[in-house]
Ligand binder design. Structure first.
Ligand SMILES: Nc1ncnc2c1ncn2[C@@H]1O[C@H](COP(=O)(O)OP(=O)(O)OP(=O)(O)O)[C@@H](O)[C@H]1O
Ligand SMILES: [Mg+2]
Length: 268
C-alpha cells in the first residue's frame, strides 16, 4: 500500500434499514455511518435488538424481501449498495464475506465440513475438483481447525471447532473484509479468547478489515481498534476502543460499562 494513499476501506454512509410488513414498520438502522480500513478491527456493540445484525446483513444485501434501505456503501471506493443481485453476488465471499449470527448452527447436517468448503470453492471460485482438498486443508490451517475435523459432520464437532469451520468457510475466497456477527457467542471464555485471537491475527497478517459484532463490550474493546456503540438503531458513540471503554461519553455507553463493572470490577 502506498504510504500517502488513503487506506482501502469499507465505508457505510448515512445508512438506514426499515423492515416493512405485517402492517408495521421497524426502523432497525437509522442513518448510521462507519468505516473499516483493511488491517483494522471495528467492534460493534449494543444490546439485543439494537440493529447490529440488520446492519451487517444489509452490507452484502442479504436482508429479507421487504426490507428497505437508504444511504450508500462503498468497498474500496466502489459503491456496492447500488449493485443488482447478480453483481453483488460477485462481491459476496470474494470481497466482503460474512459469518452470520448462529453460523455454527447453520451447517447442513448431512454434509461434512470439507463438503461445505468444496461448495463455496466450486460455486464462487470454480476451483477444479482435484485442487479442492488441498485448498480446504489450507483454509482449515488458517482457521486453526484440526485437519481431521474437515472429514467430520457438523454434529461431531465442538462449538469452538464449528466456529472455526465457519471462519474457514468465510475465508475461502480470501475476502478483503470480514463481517462477523457474534462469532464467539455460546463458547466458553477460554475458547472465545482463542477463536478471537485466531480471527484477529488473520486480520493483521492478511490485511483484512473486520467488522466484529458482539454484545460483549470488554471482549470487543480488547480485540478492536475502534468501537461503535449502537442503541435503538442509532450509533450513539464511536471512537478508539480504549477511549470508548475507559472514558465513555454517552450515557448509554456509561450504562453498558457500569453494568459490566457491576458484574465484575476487574474485567475492564
Ligand atoms: N426480518 C425482520 N422483520 C421485521 N423486523 C425485524 C426483522 N429482523 C429484525 N427485526 C427487528 O429489527 C430490530 C433489530 O434487530 P437485529 O436482529 O438487527 O438486532 P441485534 O442487535 O442483532 O440483536 P441481537 O443482539 O439479539 O442479535 C429489532 O427490533 C428486530 O425485532
Ligand atoms: Mg444480532
Amino acid at each position: 500500500m502506498n504510504g500517502n494513499a488513503p487506506p482501502v476501506s469499507l465505508d457505510i454512509r448515512d445508512w438506514s434499514v426499515t423492515y416493512a410488513g405485517g402492517g408495521r414498520q421497524v426502523h432497525a438502522v437509522k442513518n448510521c455511518s462507519l468505516s473499516v480500513a483493511r488491517g483494522k478491527i471495528v467492534g460493534l456493540v449494543g444490546e439485543s435488538g439494537s440493529g447490529k445484525s440488520t446492519l451487517l446483513m444489509s452490507v452484502p444485501k442479504l436482508l429479507p424481501a421487504g426490507a428497505v434501505t437508504s444511504g450508500r456503501i462503498f468497498c474500496a471506493g466502489q459503491e456496492i449498495s447500488c449493485l443488482g443481485e447478480e453483481e453483488i453476488n460477485r462481491w459476496r465471499w470474494r470481497r466482503v464475506a460474512l459469518i452470520p449470527q448462529g453460523a455454527m448452527n447453520s451447517f447442513t447436517p448431512h454434509l461434512t465440513i470439507e463438503r461445505h468448503i468444496y461448495e463455496v470453492l466450486e460455486c464462487h471460485l470454480g476451483i477444479p475438483r482435484q485442487d479442492r482438498a488441498e485448498k480446504a486443508a489450507e483454509l482449515a490451517a488458517m482457521a486453526e481447525l484440526e485437519r481431521d475435523a474437515l472429514y467430520r459432520y457438523p454434529h461431531e464437532l465442538s462449538g469452538g471447532q464449528k466456529q472455526r469451520a465457519a471462519l474457514a468457510l468465510a475465508l475461502a475466497c480470501a475476502p478483503d473484509f470480514l463481517l462477523a456477527d457474534e462469532p464467539t457467542t455460546a463458547l466458553d471464555v477460554i475458547t472465545q479468547k482463542d477463536v478471537l485471537e485466531t480471527i484477529a491475527s488473520l486480520v493483521r497478517e492478511r490485511g483484512m478489515g473486520l467488522l466484529l459484532v458482539t454484545h460483549d463490550l470488554p471482549l470487543a474493546a480488547a480485540a478492536s481498534d475502534s468501537l461503535v456503540v449502537m442503541k435503538d438503531g442509532e450509533f450513539v458513540e464511536q471512537g478508539p476502543s480504549r477511549e470508548v471503554s475507559h472514558s465513555p461519553r454517552h450515557p448509554y455507553t456509561r450504562k453498558l460499562v457500569a453494568a459490566i463493572m457491576d458484574m465484575d470490577g476487574e474485567r475492564r
